[in-house]
Design a protein around this ligand. Structure first.
Ligand SMILES: [Zn+2]
Length: 224
């Protein structure tokens, strides 16, 4: 049996897969009949992904992965609730996965709906409201609304992009705060959580946050 992958190994696998996807030179790994058969008796995925349900941000495709490679949870706006955290803890604690990726993206409808709710005072109806309820705290506590001054050293990003990035970072922070299992594994060096920002037009997945060692520095929060 080979040694368990480290969080940095897992991130390198995803980063390389995304580079193939961006370049249009995908390997389409783990999609053979043989692989399907091998997986019928067990799984050993490389990463847990908490991504947005948006149809344009299909996790396995953008990281050029296949069957058995990633344990994926998707909600609109990649928002957390207790069953989402339970799914992530299953991946970390039972499947021994070393990396959790919180995956946000540009033009996210959930972030736009939360901004709209704050600007107009009107909340969406039905259970869509539950999504917006879970995005608003990030916007209120960590960023600014369109029309306000950008956060100090916002890196020149327009406010909508800052909001989306802060929502990813806030979700990483919330997940680590909620999950003591995750914190213990991060402290032991056997797990890490990263925040990643996907860009629809060019397909890049950029590291914007990291808790634990993944072998790459995330984009700085504040640019001097
Ligand atoms: Zn989205």
């Amino acid at each position: 049996m080979t040694a368990a992958p480290t969080p940095a190994d897992a991130w390198a696998t995803l980063r390389e897969g995304n580079q193939r996807f961006v370049a249009g030179t995908m390997d389409h790994p783990s999609q053979s009949v043989q692989r399907r058969g091998e997986l019928s008796t067990g799984q050993r995925p490389t990463a847990v992904i908490l991504g947005c349900s948006d149809s344009r941000v299909a996790a396995e495709i953008i990281f050029d992965q296949g069957l058995g490679d990633m344990f994926v949870v998707r909600t609109a706006g990649q928002v957390l609730d207790t069953t989402v955290i339970g799914s992530i803890e299953y991946g970390i604690g039972i499947l021994d996965i070393p990396l959790v990726v919180v995956l946000g993206h540009d033009s996210c409808g959930a972030v736009a709906a939360a901004v709209d709710a704050l600007e107009t005072g009107r909340m969406p109806t039905g259970f869509v409201r539950a999504i917006v309820d879970r995005v608003i705290p990030a916007l209120l506590t960590r960023a600014v609304l369109p029309g306000e001054e950008p956060i100090a050293g916002g890196g020149g990003l327009p406010p909508a992009d800052q909001l989306r990035r802060e929502h990813v970072r806030s979700t990483v922070e919330m997940l680590v705060d909620y999950s003591s299992m995750l914190r213990e594994r991060i402290e032991a060096g056997t797990a890490a959580v990263v925040g990643v920002e996907y860009t629809l037009a060019d397909g890049t997945a950029r590291l914007v946050d990291a808790v634990g060692e993944v072998g790459e520095e995330p984009l700085p929060r504040y640019v001097a």
